[in-house]
Design a protein around this ligand. Sequence first.
Ligand SMILES: [Zn+2]
Length: 339
Amino acid sequence: MPRAKDLDRMTDEQLLDLRLCDLPLKIEGTPLEQRVSWIYAELDSHGLLFKPHVWLSAEWFTPDEVPGFAIPFYLAHPRLAKLERRQMLEVEGGSEKECLRIMRHETGHAIDNAFRLHKRRRYRELFGSFTRPYPNWYKPEPNSRQYVLHLPAWYAQAHPAEDFAETFSLWLTPGSRWRRQYQGWPALRKLEYVDAVMGEIAGKAPPNKSRRRVAELPEIGMTLREHYANKRRHYDFEWPPDYDRDLLRIFSTEPQHKSRPSAASFLRRHRRELRREVAEGTGAHEYAIDQMLANMINRCRDLKLRVGLLPEHARNKTLVLLTVQTMNGIHSGYYRIAL
Ligand SMILES: [Zn+2]
């Protein structure tokens, strides 16, 4: 079993051979410890005695009926964050701001479990039934004003429990001007409800005091290689089988463009910025968008396409094509965040 300082010297291949249970990681002494203490301070600032317990696991999640949440292991060591980026092209919760956002979301689930808020009648009326099964996919309505906007991909629309967690999380965010921001939105009623309930449970110890941890890192026997193979499968989309006509609207097979740069090299050059822009705009995972780009590069090569337009036009048209395809992917069912 390696020591924490050994990880820095290991190659990606060596790391991928390690089992998750063999990773020498702790929350103590990492920036995660401080971030958790900030969340505790935010709860304190509202007079809430409840504090979720946290542990390391493979992903972000709050287990059913547990008033605490799991944090993914890669946030506990910079070398593993780097591996995550190489494997998945982005590090979910990697920046301080994003990490705190996800922690507030998970705290929403945890406080819901701690006080069994989902059993209240008004909760059910506003958010829906907590016990409704999670769908395998959801079809968000991007313009809906029934839901707050917080995590990407209109995540509040995925399930009543997510809707509550997202509403809570926005409410908890320091400096959030939710009253003004959501004025006139039906979602404001949900925020006001959260505000009233938190006022009511302030100063109270939660009835559910369980400290249970689920799928803690030392219990996970799979290797990092297996873990990433699963994770990539999970995040991939059903991309359209045929979009040659779309490519032919952007790129050219005309003989007069024979000496122009190839479409494949053009896309390779812009690959990173395109996938980042589309991920920001749609909330989809960069890994999923990159799969589509890889596919497009191959198809452009097969069709021997060239850049006939001005590069800026070709780039904009590619951005639109990728965005439309990504939105289709989201609408056909896409789960951005594991619970
Ligand atoms: Zn959630």
